[in-house]
Design a protein around this ligand. Structure first.
Ligand SMILES: *Cc1c(COP(=O)(O)O)cnc(C)c1O
Length: 397
Protein backbone atom coordinates (compact mmCIF):
# COMPACT_ATOMS: atom_id res chain seq x y z
CA UNK A 1 0.00 0.00 0.00
CA UNK A 2 1.33 3.45 -0.87
CA UNK A 3 1.88 5.95 1.91
CA UNK A 4 -0.85 8.05 0.32
CA UNK A 5 -3.34 5.21 0.57
CA UNK A 6 -2.28 4.45 4.12
CA UNK A 7 -2.84 8.03 5.30
CA UNK A 8 -6.09 8.47 3.43
CA UNK A 9 -7.48 5.38 5.18
CA UNK A 10 -6.21 6.56 8.54
CA UNK A 11 -7.59 10.06 7.92
CA UNK A 12 -11.00 8.70 7.03
CA UNK A 13 -10.93 6.70 10.24
CA UNK A 14 -9.97 9.50 12.61
CA UNK A 15 -10.81 12.91 11.12
CA UNK A 16 -14.36 14.19 11.39
CA UNK A 17 -15.82 14.06 7.93
CA UNK A 18 -16.67 17.68 7.18
CA UNK A 19 -14.63 17.77 3.97
CA UNK A 20 -14.47 15.73 0.81
CA UNK A 21 -10.71 15.90 0.51
CA UNK A 22 -8.65 15.34 -2.61
CA UNK A 23 -6.85 11.98 -2.51
CA UNK A 24 -3.49 13.64 -1.91
CA UNK A 25 -1.45 13.63 1.30
CA UNK A 26 0.85 16.64 1.27
CA UNK A 27 4.16 16.35 2.99
CA UNK A 28 6.46 19.27 2.24
CA UNK A 29 6.94 22.36 0.12
CA UNK A 30 9.71 24.08 -1.77
CA UNK A 31 9.16 27.52 -3.27
CA UNK A 32 5.92 27.21 -5.22
CA UNK A 33 5.98 23.42 -5.39
CA UNK A 34 4.44 20.88 -3.05
CA UNK A 35 5.36 17.22 -2.60
CA UNK A 36 3.09 14.45 -1.39
CA UNK A 37 4.13 11.59 0.90
CA UNK A 38 4.99 9.42 -2.10
CA UNK A 39 7.22 12.10 -3.59
CA UNK A 40 4.90 13.36 -6.35
CA UNK A 41 5.51 17.02 -7.20
CA UNK A 42 2.77 19.62 -7.68
CA UNK A 43 2.83 23.22 -8.88
CA UNK A 44 0.80 25.09 -6.30
CA UNK A 45 -1.83 27.54 -7.55
CA UNK A 46 -3.86 27.34 -4.34
CA UNK A 47 -1.38 28.41 -1.65
CA UNK A 48 -3.38 26.59 1.03
CA UNK A 49 -6.41 28.72 0.07
CA UNK A 50 -4.67 32.05 -0.51
CA UNK A 51 -2.54 31.71 2.62
CA UNK A 52 1.06 30.88 1.74
CA UNK A 53 1.91 34.15 -0.02
CA UNK A 54 5.66 33.74 0.47
CA UNK A 55 5.77 30.20 -0.85
CA UNK A 56 7.42 27.37 1.00
CA UNK A 57 10.78 27.65 2.69
CA UNK A 58 11.37 31.41 2.85
CA UNK A 59 14.47 31.38 5.04
CA UNK A 60 13.92 34.76 6.68
CA UNK A 61 10.36 33.81 7.61
CA UNK A 62 11.41 30.41 8.94
CA UNK A 63 14.27 31.90 10.96
CA UNK A 64 11.97 34.51 12.50
CA UNK A 65 9.64 31.75 13.69
CA UNK A 66 12.44 29.55 14.97
CA UNK A 67 13.95 32.48 16.87
CA UNK A 68 10.62 33.28 18.47
CA UNK A 69 10.08 29.65 19.53
CA UNK A 70 13.32 29.72 21.48
CA UNK A 71 12.39 33.04 23.14
CA UNK A 72 8.73 32.70 24.06
CA UNK A 73 5.68 31.29 22.30
CA UNK A 74 2.84 32.54 24.40
CA UNK A 75 2.13 35.13 27.07
CA UNK A 76 -1.69 35.68 27.09
CA UNK A 77 -3.19 39.09 26.48
CA UNK A 78 -2.98 40.08 30.14
CA UNK A 79 0.49 41.35 29.26
CA UNK A 80 2.06 43.28 26.40
CA UNK A 81 4.43 41.38 24.15
CA UNK A 82 6.99 42.83 21.76
CA UNK A 83 6.02 41.05 18.50
CA UNK A 84 2.30 41.91 18.90
CA UNK A 85 2.98 45.58 19.57
CA UNK A 86 5.35 45.77 16.61
CA UNK A 87 2.93 43.94 14.32
CA UNK A 88 0.03 46.18 15.32
CA UNK A 89 2.15 49.24 14.55
CA UNK A 90 2.91 47.87 11.08
CA UNK A 91 -0.77 47.23 10.34
CA UNK A 92 -1.83 50.67 11.58
CA UNK A 93 0.91 52.51 9.69
CA UNK A 94 0.30 50.68 6.41
CA UNK A 95 -3.50 50.92 6.55
CA UNK A 96 -3.84 54.44 7.96
CA UNK A 97 -6.34 52.99 10.42
CA UNK A 98 -6.24 53.27 14.20
CA UNK A 99 -6.21 50.07 16.29
CA UNK A 100 -5.69 46.33 15.86
CA UNK A 101 -7.12 43.28 17.64
CA UNK A 102 -5.41 39.98 16.79
CA UNK A 103 -7.43 36.78 16.40
CA UNK A 104 -6.64 33.17 15.51
CA UNK A 105 -8.61 32.96 12.28
CA UNK A 106 -10.62 34.82 9.69
CA UNK A 107 -13.93 33.83 11.23
CA UNK A 108 -12.84 35.26 14.57
CA UNK A 109 -11.75 38.50 12.89
CA UNK A 110 -15.27 38.75 11.46
CA UNK A 111 -16.84 37.96 14.85
CA UNK A 112 -14.87 40.84 16.35
CA UNK A 113 -15.77 43.21 13.53
CA UNK A 114 -19.47 42.42 14.00
CA UNK A 115 -19.17 43.06 17.73
CA UNK A 116 -17.59 46.45 17.06
CA UNK A 117 -20.53 47.47 14.85
CA UNK A 118 -23.10 46.22 17.34
CA UNK A 119 -21.47 48.00 20.25
CA UNK A 120 -21.09 51.20 18.23
CA UNK A 121 -24.83 51.19 17.57
CA UNK A 122 -25.64 50.14 21.13
CA UNK A 123 -23.78 53.11 22.54
CA UNK A 124 -25.91 55.44 20.44
CA UNK A 125 -29.18 53.75 21.36
CA UNK A 126 -29.29 50.65 23.60
CA UNK A 127 -32.93 49.97 22.74
CA UNK A 128 -32.22 49.17 19.08
CA UNK A 129 -32.10 45.80 17.40
CA UNK A 130 -28.91 45.01 15.50
CA UNK A 131 -29.26 44.28 11.85
CA UNK A 132 -26.47 43.70 9.36
CA UNK A 133 -26.69 44.06 5.65
CA UNK A 134 -24.50 41.48 3.94
CA UNK A 135 -24.14 40.37 0.34
CA UNK A 136 -25.49 37.43 -1.59
CA UNK A 137 -22.76 34.86 -2.37
CA UNK A 138 -20.52 36.29 0.33
CA UNK A 139 -18.34 34.13 2.56
CA UNK A 140 -17.21 35.26 6.00
CA UNK A 141 -16.39 32.05 7.88
CA UNK A 142 -17.95 29.11 9.70
CA UNK A 143 -18.51 30.40 13.23
CA UNK A 144 -22.12 31.24 13.96
CA UNK A 145 -21.79 35.03 13.82
CA UNK A 146 -19.77 34.86 10.61
CA UNK A 147 -22.31 32.42 9.16
CA UNK A 148 -25.13 34.83 9.96
CA UNK A 149 -23.65 37.26 7.41
CA UNK A 150 -22.58 34.59 4.90
CA UNK A 151 -24.83 34.78 1.86
CA UNK A 152 -25.09 31.10 1.19
CA UNK A 153 -28.21 29.38 2.53
CA UNK A 154 -26.53 26.00 2.20
CA UNK A 155 -23.89 26.98 4.80
CA UNK A 156 -26.46 28.58 7.13
CA UNK A 157 -29.06 25.82 6.97
CA UNK A 158 -29.32 23.98 10.27
CA UNK A 159 -27.05 26.40 12.11
CA UNK A 160 -28.37 29.93 11.92
CA UNK A 161 -32.06 30.45 12.65
CA UNK A 162 -33.80 32.76 10.20
CA UNK A 163 -34.26 35.57 12.71
CA UNK A 164 -30.51 35.68 13.31
CA UNK A 165 -29.57 35.97 9.67
CA UNK A 166 -28.43 39.24 8.15
CA UNK A 167 -30.46 41.02 5.52
CA UNK A 168 -28.90 40.06 2.19
CA UNK A 169 -28.48 42.40 -0.74
CA UNK A 170 -27.15 41.88 -4.22
CA UNK A 171 -23.39 42.48 -4.45
CA UNK A 172 -22.54 45.53 -6.59
CA UNK A 173 -26.16 46.71 -6.51
CA UNK A 174 -26.13 49.92 -4.48
CA UNK A 175 -29.85 50.60 -4.87
CA UNK A 176 -30.62 47.19 -3.39
CA UNK A 177 -28.47 47.92 -0.33
CA UNK A 178 -29.96 51.40 0.07
CA UNK A 179 -33.47 49.96 -0.04
CA UNK A 180 -32.63 47.52 2.75
CA UNK A 181 -31.20 49.98 5.29
CA UNK A 182 -33.52 50.45 8.27
CA UNK A 183 -33.20 52.29 11.58
CA UNK A 184 -31.88 49.00 13.00
CA UNK A 185 -29.03 48.59 10.52
CA UNK A 186 -25.78 48.71 12.50
CA UNK A 187 -23.33 47.57 9.85
CA UNK A 188 -22.78 46.73 6.21
CA UNK A 189 -20.30 43.98 5.51
CA UNK A 190 -18.76 42.90 2.23
CA UNK A 191 -15.66 41.45 0.68
CA UNK A 192 -13.79 43.81 -1.63
CA UNK A 193 -13.38 40.88 -3.99
CA UNK A 194 -15.74 38.00 -3.29
CA UNK A 195 -13.62 34.86 -2.97
CA UNK A 196 -15.53 31.66 -2.23
CA UNK A 197 -18.56 33.12 -4.00
CA UNK A 198 -16.78 32.96 -7.35
CA UNK A 199 -14.10 35.73 -7.60
CA UNK A 200 -16.25 38.81 -8.10
CA UNK A 201 -14.48 42.16 -7.64
CA UNK A 202 -16.60 45.00 -6.25
CA UNK A 203 -17.20 47.91 -8.59
CA UNK A 204 -15.84 51.29 -7.62
CA UNK A 205 -19.30 52.88 -7.68
CA UNK A 206 -20.56 50.23 -5.29
CA UNK A 207 -17.88 50.74 -2.64
CA UNK A 208 -17.97 54.53 -2.99
CA UNK A 209 -21.76 54.35 -2.60
CA UNK A 210 -21.54 52.10 0.47
CA UNK A 211 -19.08 54.53 2.06
CA UNK A 212 -21.41 57.47 1.46
CA UNK A 213 -24.43 55.55 2.71
CA UNK A 214 -22.67 54.48 5.91
CA UNK A 215 -21.47 58.03 6.56
CA UNK A 216 -24.94 59.46 6.09
CA UNK A 217 -26.58 56.92 8.38
CA UNK A 218 -23.66 56.67 10.83
CA UNK A 219 -23.40 52.89 10.48
CA UNK A 220 -20.13 51.00 10.25
CA UNK A 221 -18.73 49.73 6.98
CA UNK A 222 -16.87 46.44 7.38
CA UNK A 223 -14.58 45.16 4.64
CA UNK A 224 -13.66 41.50 4.79
CA UNK A 225 -10.15 41.40 3.35
CA UNK A 226 -9.38 37.97 4.74
CA UNK A 227 -8.76 36.58 1.27
CA UNK A 228 -8.33 39.63 -0.99
CA UNK A 229 -6.06 41.58 1.38
CA UNK A 230 -2.33 41.22 2.09
CA UNK A 231 -1.12 42.02 -1.39
CA UNK A 232 -3.24 39.44 -3.18
CA UNK A 233 -4.98 41.96 -5.47
CA UNK A 234 -1.96 44.14 -6.22
CA UNK A 235 -2.25 46.51 -3.25
CA UNK A 236 -1.42 45.68 0.35
CA UNK A 237 -5.12 46.10 1.18
CA UNK A 238 -7.56 45.62 -1.69
CA UNK A 239 -9.64 48.67 -0.73
CA UNK A 240 -6.66 50.91 -1.63
CA UNK A 241 -7.38 50.06 -5.27
CA UNK A 242 -10.78 51.73 -4.87
CA UNK A 243 -9.80 54.69 -2.69
CA UNK A 244 -12.53 53.68 -0.23
CA UNK A 245 -11.73 53.09 3.41
CA UNK A 246 -13.77 50.87 5.72
CA UNK A 247 -14.47 51.55 9.40
CA UNK A 248 -13.43 48.02 10.26
CA UNK A 249 -11.26 45.68 8.20
CA UNK A 250 -10.86 41.94 8.76
CA UNK A 251 -7.59 40.23 7.83
CA UNK A 252 -6.34 36.64 8.11
CA UNK A 253 -5.19 34.03 5.54
CA UNK A 254 -1.88 35.54 4.27
CA UNK A 255 -1.48 37.78 7.34
CA UNK A 256 0.65 35.08 8.98
CA UNK A 257 1.45 33.15 5.79
CA UNK A 258 0.67 29.81 7.40
CA UNK A 259 0.77 30.56 11.10
CA UNK A 260 -2.89 30.85 12.14
CA UNK A 261 -3.51 34.52 12.81
CA UNK A 262 -6.14 37.08 11.89
CA UNK A 263 -6.97 40.61 12.92
CA UNK A 264 -9.67 43.19 12.88
CA UNK A 265 -8.58 46.75 12.42
CA UNK A 266 -10.62 49.81 13.35
CA UNK A 267 -10.60 53.48 12.40
CA UNK A 268 -10.64 55.95 15.23
CA UNK A 269 -14.39 56.43 15.20
CA UNK A 270 -14.90 52.70 15.76
CA UNK A 271 -11.98 52.05 18.12
CA UNK A 272 -13.80 53.32 21.18
CA UNK A 273 -16.75 50.96 20.74
CA UNK A 274 -15.04 48.09 22.55
CA UNK A 275 -13.71 48.77 26.04
CA UNK A 276 -11.87 46.51 28.52
CA UNK A 277 -14.04 43.49 29.21
CA UNK A 278 -15.90 43.63 25.89
CA UNK A 279 -13.75 41.20 23.93
CA UNK A 280 -10.84 38.84 24.43
CA UNK A 281 -8.88 35.83 23.28
CA UNK A 282 -6.32 33.61 24.99
CA UNK A 283 -4.09 33.01 21.99
CA UNK A 284 -4.85 35.93 19.67
CA UNK A 285 -1.69 37.84 18.79
CA UNK A 286 0.57 35.63 20.84
CA UNK A 287 4.31 36.22 20.31
CA UNK A 288 4.64 33.33 17.87
CA UNK A 289 1.72 34.37 15.68
CA UNK A 290 2.74 38.03 15.84
CA UNK A 291 6.35 37.15 14.92
CA UNK A 292 4.93 35.62 11.74
CA UNK A 293 3.01 38.82 11.00
CA UNK A 294 6.12 40.95 11.49
CA UNK A 295 8.16 38.69 9.23
CA UNK A 296 5.46 38.82 6.55
CA UNK A 297 5.33 42.64 6.52
CA UNK A 298 9.14 42.90 6.48
CA UNK A 299 9.53 40.41 3.66
CA UNK A 300 6.70 42.02 1.67
CA UNK A 301 8.61 45.29 1.82
CA UNK A 302 12.11 43.92 1.21
CA UNK A 303 11.07 41.72 -1.67
CA UNK A 304 8.67 44.32 -3.14
CA UNK A 305 5.91 41.72 -3.22
CA UNK A 306 3.17 44.17 -4.22
CA UNK A 307 5.04 45.30 -7.36
CA UNK A 308 5.67 41.67 -8.18
CA UNK A 309 1.96 40.82 -7.81
CA UNK A 310 1.02 43.66 -10.16
CA UNK A 311 3.44 42.45 -12.80
CA UNK A 312 2.76 38.71 -12.60
CA UNK A 313 -0.95 39.33 -12.03
CA UNK A 314 -1.13 41.18 -15.33
CA UNK A 315 0.72 38.36 -17.05
CA UNK A 316 -1.65 35.77 -15.55
CA UNK A 317 -4.57 37.90 -16.77
CA UNK A 318 -3.26 37.90 -20.36
CA UNK A 319 -2.56 34.18 -20.31
CA UNK A 320 -6.02 33.32 -18.96
CA UNK A 321 -7.54 35.57 -21.63
CA UNK A 322 -5.68 33.50 -24.22
CA UNK A 323 -6.99 30.27 -22.70
CA UNK A 324 -10.53 31.67 -22.72
CA UNK A 325 -10.22 32.57 -26.41
CA UNK A 326 -9.17 29.00 -27.12
CA UNK A 327 -11.57 26.94 -24.99
CA UNK A 328 -15.31 27.32 -25.28
CA UNK A 329 -15.88 25.77 -21.81
CA UNK A 330 -14.52 29.00 -20.33
CA UNK A 331 -17.38 31.47 -20.21
CA UNK A 332 -15.99 34.32 -18.10
CA UNK A 333 -12.74 35.61 -16.63
CA UNK A 334 -12.67 37.86 -13.54
CA UNK A 335 -10.27 39.04 -10.89
CA UNK A 336 -7.56 41.39 -9.69
CA UNK A 337 -3.83 40.80 -9.21
CA UNK A 338 -3.19 37.21 -8.21
CA UNK A 339 -6.81 36.54 -7.32
CA UNK A 340 -8.47 35.46 -10.54
CA UNK A 341 -11.18 33.12 -11.63
CA UNK A 342 -12.41 31.39 -14.76
CA UNK A 343 -16.06 30.52 -14.96
CA UNK A 344 -16.74 27.25 -16.75
CA UNK A 345 -19.72 25.71 -18.45
CA UNK A 346 -18.77 22.40 -16.78
CA UNK A 347 -18.08 21.48 -13.14
CA UNK A 348 -14.71 22.82 -11.95
CA UNK A 349 -14.14 19.65 -9.91
CA UNK A 350 -13.46 17.47 -12.99
CA UNK A 351 -10.87 19.90 -14.29
CA UNK A 352 -9.21 20.21 -10.90
CA UNK A 353 -8.91 16.44 -10.47
CA UNK A 354 -7.39 16.00 -13.92
CA UNK A 355 -4.98 18.90 -13.33
CA UNK A 356 -3.94 17.31 -10.05
CA UNK A 357 -3.11 14.06 -11.84
CA UNK A 358 -0.78 16.13 -14.00
CA UNK A 359 0.86 17.80 -11.02
CA UNK A 360 -1.05 21.07 -10.78
CA UNK A 361 -2.99 22.17 -7.71
CA UNK A 362 -5.91 24.43 -8.52
CA UNK A 363 -8.94 25.35 -6.45
CA UNK A 364 -12.55 26.01 -7.18
CA UNK A 365 -14.78 28.82 -5.96
CA UNK A 366 -18.31 27.52 -6.00
CA UNK A 367 -19.13 24.67 -8.36
CA UNK A 368 -18.08 26.05 -11.72
CA UNK A 369 -15.32 28.59 -11.15
CA UNK A 370 -11.61 27.77 -11.25
CA UNK A 371 -9.83 29.93 -8.70
CA UNK A 372 -6.24 31.07 -9.17
CA UNK A 373 -4.66 32.15 -5.87
CA UNK A 374 -1.02 31.11 -6.12
CA UNK A 375 1.76 32.09 -3.72
CA UNK A 376 2.47 35.76 -4.44
CA UNK A 377 6.09 34.97 -5.30
CA UNK A 378 5.01 33.01 -8.37
CA UNK A 379 7.01 33.82 -11.54
CA UNK A 380 5.86 34.15 -15.15
CA UNK A 381 7.46 30.79 -15.96
CA UNK A 382 5.16 29.17 -13.36
CA UNK A 383 2.17 30.86 -14.99
CA UNK A 384 3.27 29.33 -18.31
CA UNK A 385 3.68 25.93 -16.69
CA UNK A 386 0.20 26.14 -15.15
CA UNK A 387 -1.40 27.29 -18.41
CA UNK A 388 0.26 24.45 -20.28
CA UNK A 389 -1.28 21.86 -17.99
CA UNK A 390 -4.66 23.56 -17.90
CA UNK A 391 -4.66 23.89 -21.68
CA UNK A 392 -4.12 20.16 -22.11
CA UNK A 393 -6.76 19.29 -19.51
CA UNK A 394 -9.34 21.55 -21.17
CA UNK A 395 -8.48 20.24 -24.64
CA UNK A 396 -8.89 16.66 -23.51
CA UNK A 397 -12.32 17.31 -22.07
C1 LIG B 1 -11.42 32.17 4.47
C2 LIG B 1 -12.28 33.34 4.68
C3 LIG B 1 -12.86 33.63 5.93
C4 LIG B 1 -12.74 32.70 7.11
O1 LIG B 1 -11.45 32.54 7.56
P1 LIG B 1 -11.10 31.26 8.49
O2 LIG B 1 -9.66 31.49 8.86
O3 LIG B 1 -11.31 30.04 7.67
O4 LIG B 1 -12.00 31.31 9.67
C5 LIG B 1 -13.57 34.80 6.05
N1 LIG B 1 -13.74 35.63 5.01
C6 LIG B 1 -13.22 35.39 3.80
C7 LIG B 1 -13.41 36.36 2.69
C8 LIG B 1 -12.47 34.23 3.59
O5 LIG B 1 -11.97 33.97 2.38
Amino acid sequence: MSKTQEYIEKGEKYLLKTYNRYPVVLDRGEGVYLFDVDGKKYLDFGAGIAVFALGYGNQKYNDALKGQIDKILHTSNLFYNVPAVDAAEKIVKTSGMDKVFFTNSGAEAIEGALKVAKKYAYKKDPSREYEFIAMNHSFHGRSQGALSVTGNVHYQEGFVPKQMRAVFAEFNNLADVEAKVTENTCGIICEVVQGEGGIYPATKEFLVGLRKLCDEKDILLIFDEVQCGMGRCGALYAHELYGVKPDVMALAKALGCGVPVGAFVTVQKASGALVPGDHGTTYGGNPFAAAAVNAVYEIFEEEKIIDHVKEVGEYLYEKLEELMAKHSQITEHRGLGLMQGLELSCPAGDIITKAMDQGLILMSAGTNVLRFVPPLIIEKAHVDEMCGILDSVLAYR
